[in-house]
Design a protein around this ligand. Structure first.
Ligand code: ATP
Length: 261
């Protein structure tokens, strides 16, 4: 198998006396869909925060290799905007859109980190040509189409229904042109039909862009049906990883998590 695009090595995170993550190891390979599951408070969002620069890990390494070339780059301590520029884009458990901007503008914002000539950076410096401007708008519109929100193009983000806002966040993340898309509870607040549609969308995104996807998710049906591999966190420790079949049959996991229902 190729080198992993993300290699997390013995990452720990302490908050005062609380160890939220304890020597966590995890890898994501090219074009893999990897799920991170675990009970409430297990440390899943803290893990995303540690690998995307929102938190600095207390110990351990976060290494990326977007080209699978064997040349890894250590990204600990990089700021979130730099991590995004390096190709890791994310969504949030509590949606973080720009509520007073339109759906299209929210996606256009995503292009800013990638396209130095994006209208957000360059128009103010009077550098973007009309063609560049059009290209950003066109690409953002296509991403809205991909997530099924083209009819909301000029709608303020705050006026869009909750489940659809989650899809808008995905479009904005894709606009940064990531090699790895990180989704924090993408199905939260969605009804069963919206969740099935989301599954289809995630599979489509992997096929269309050829990228890796990692998701934190509590909907086990979704996790089991779409993940290539699953990691399980419990009290900050990685207690298991494997295929959906392996995880479903793992005694420790059943005790810690799956047996809860
Ligand atoms: P959920 O499924 O409920 O979203 P989670 O697995 O994402 O939970 P985290 O939110 O990562 O869990 O929290 C893990 C632990 O770290 C919890 O005990 C939480 O209280 C603690 N924690 C997280 N962030 C902080 C912080 N900024 N300061 C102090 N403690 C924190």
């Amino acid at each position: 198998m190729n080198n992993p695009v993300l290699n997390v090595n013995a990452v720990s995170k302490d908050f005062g006396g609380i160890r939220a993550l304890d020597e966590v190891d995890l890898v994501v390979h090219d074009k893999e869909i990897v799920a991170l599951i675990g009970p409430n408070g297990a440390g899943k969002t803290t893990f995303f925060n540690c690998i995307t620069g929102i938190y600095q890990p207390t110990r351990g390494d976060v290494l990326i290799d977007p080209q699978c070339s064997g040349k890894t780059r250590r990204i600990n301590g990089k700021k979130p905007n730099i991590v995004t520029e390096l190709g890791m884009a994310r969504t949030f458990q509590n949606i973080r859109l720009f509520p007073s901007m339109t759906a299209l503008e929210n996606v256009m914002i995503g292009t800013h980190c990638r396209t130095k000539s994006s209208i957000w950076g360059a128009v103010s410096r009077n550098k973007a040509t009309r063609e560049e401007e059009q290209a950003v708008i066109q690409r953002s519109y296509e991403l809205l189409q991909l997530v099924g929100l083209e009819e909301y193009v000029n709608e303020l983000a705050s006026n869009i229904a909750y489940g659809k806002q989650r899809r808008l966040e995905i479009a904005r993340a894709l606009a940064t042109d990531p090699f790895l898309l990180l989704l924090d509870e993408p199905a939260a607040g969605m009804n069963p039909q919206e969740t099935r549609d989301l599954e289809d969308l995630i599979i489509k995104i992997r096929e269309k862009f050829g990228i890796s996807i990692m998701l934190i998710e509590h909907d086990m049906k979704m996790v089991m049906s779409m993940s290539d591999r699953i990691y399980v966190l419990d009290y900050g420790r990685m207690i298991a990883d494997g295929t959906p079949e392996e995880i479903a049959g793992n005694e420790d996991v059943i005790k810690a998590y799956l047996g809860e229902d």
